[in-house]
Every structure is written in C-alpha cells, then in structure tokens.
Design a protein around this ligand. Structure first.
Ligand SMILES: [Fe+2]
Ligand SMILES: [Fe+2]
Length: 256
C-alpha cells in the first residue's frame, strides 16, 4: 500500500512560504510516498515561474501540475521542459511546450500523473474525455492520477464517473474551494470535486477581498492584490495498492 498526497493550487508568495513551512511535517506524519502540488498560481501576480516552481519542489513536491494559468508568464516557457512539471494535456497538438503526462519512477513501481483542463466555462481546449481515452491507451502502469483543472462541478463529477475503474484517482482543482464529496468510486478510483488551495484563508480564492469585491461591484479593471493574513493548506491523501492501482481510502486535510 502506498500513500499519495495531493495539494490544491498554491497561491502567491504566502502560499509558497506556508507550503514550505508545513509540507515536510504533513509528509512525515502521514507516511507519504508521493506528493503532487498544483502550482498554477504560485508566482506573485499569478502563473508559475522558475522561482515559484523551485520553491514548491524544495518544499517537497515530486510533481507540479498546472491549469489555465500555466502559460501566463512568457519568461517561464522553458520551465515546462522539466520532467517534474505537467501542463494540461488537452492543449492542441503541435504548438504547445511541455507535456500533459509525467511518469514517476518509484523503483519497484511507477506512477503516471496527468493534467487536463475542463472546457465548460473555460478555454476551448480539446475534448478532455476523448483526450483521456487516447492517453490511457499509452500508459502501462495501473497507478494513474489525474488533476482535472475545471470550473464546473458537473464536468468534474462526469469525468470521475467516466474514469471509474480506469485510474487510481482524480482530483479536481481550479475553484480553490475544497469540496466535501471525497469518495472511492467503484472500489477503485479516489475522487474529489475540488481539493482547495494553499494561501491566505480570509480572501477571495487567495486574492485580497477588497480588490475582488471592487472588480465585481464596479465592473472596472482592478489589479488583484495578494491577500494577507493567516494561511491554510488544503489537500487530500489517498491510499492505493501499487500492484493493481486500486485506491482504498481518501481523506481530506486542512492544515491551518
Ligand atoms: Fe488556481
Ligand atoms: Fe485555474
């Protein structure tokens, strides 16, 4: 049995610092074998940079997933050559840097980490369901975990049911709000609609609430400020059998 920790979107410098402060303790206390962290908002001012990716890896992540803000920072394109970072796999073929799948070699077993983006209320990327079919044909480990970065709960639920028995786990990200629906689907697939975030808790998804309120209230362009105040960390821990890829247990965690 192995234990995998998945942590939701790390927001800004405060999120990176809180992750660095807490991650090694969480890993130790829970006997974690593999750690995946979503880093699409880890840079100051959004996106991901070499500096924020380094901070997440130094904190103890094995793989960084991303999402709709993956390519926000033009100066960071070469970062996607690194084998510890995944970007949504359903960007159109041919012109996109990086990879949507990474295989983690754990010695006696391996783990595939896939990143996909939803297309409901999001950018019109390739169909995530058919993309997933294609990807699964070419992966030869039973231990497959998906970060499905999507807005609509319906699309995430549908993907979870579609992948039941086909992957070890699906973690929803992007909304930054942890949902209370973690479960094991079909005695095989760990599932949660959204894992949540890492960053200032009293905020609008990590953004200073005054700037978020002003943008929505006045419909004028307002520069988002990073929120201040005490941080929290939201994640999930999955226990799976690395021989057959079946997950047995999923727990949510919130560390303050
Ligand atoms: Fe995010
Ligand atoms: Fe996002």
């Amino acid at each position: 049995m192995k234990r995998l920790l998945f942590i939701g979107d790390v927001v800004g410098r405060a999120g990176c610092e809180f992750l660095a402060d807490k991650l090694s303790g969480i890993k130790r206390e829970n006997n974690i074998d593999i750690t995946i962290v979503n880093g699409e908002n880890s840079a100051q001012g959004n996106g991901i940079t070499r500096g924020s990716a380094d901070a997440i890896i130094r904190a103890g992540a094995d793989i960084i997933t991303t999402g709709n803000h993956a390519f926000r920072r033009k100066e960071s394109m070469e970062l996607f050559d690194e084998d510890y970072i995944v970007r949504p796999a359903n960007y159109p073929e041919g012109g996109c840097v990086g990879s949507g799948v990474r295989i983690l070699d754990m010695g006696a077993y391996s783990v595939a980490v896939i990143n996909l983006m939803g297309t409901v209320y999001m950018d019109p990327l390739d169909n995530p369901f058919t993309k997933m079919d294609e990807l699964l044909e070419n992966i030869d480990t039973p231990n497959i975990f998906l970060d499905f970065h999507a807005e609509a709960t319906s699309e995430k639920k549908a993907m979870g049911h579609y992948l039941t028995g086909k992957v070890s786990g699906m973690f929803g990200t992007h909304t930054h709000v942890q949902t209370a629906d973690e479960c094991i689907l079909g005695g095989h697939t760990a599932y949660i609609t959204d894992v949540g975030m890492v960053g200032p808790e009293l905020s609008c998804l990590g953004v200073d609430s005054e700037s978020a309120v002003n943008r929505l209230r006045f419909r004028m362009p307002v520069k988002f400020q990073e929120a201040e105040g005490a941080c929290f960390l939201c994640g999930t821990i999955v226990e799976f059998n690395e021989k057959d890829g079946k997950s047995h247990k999923i727990n949510r965690i919130i560390v303050r």
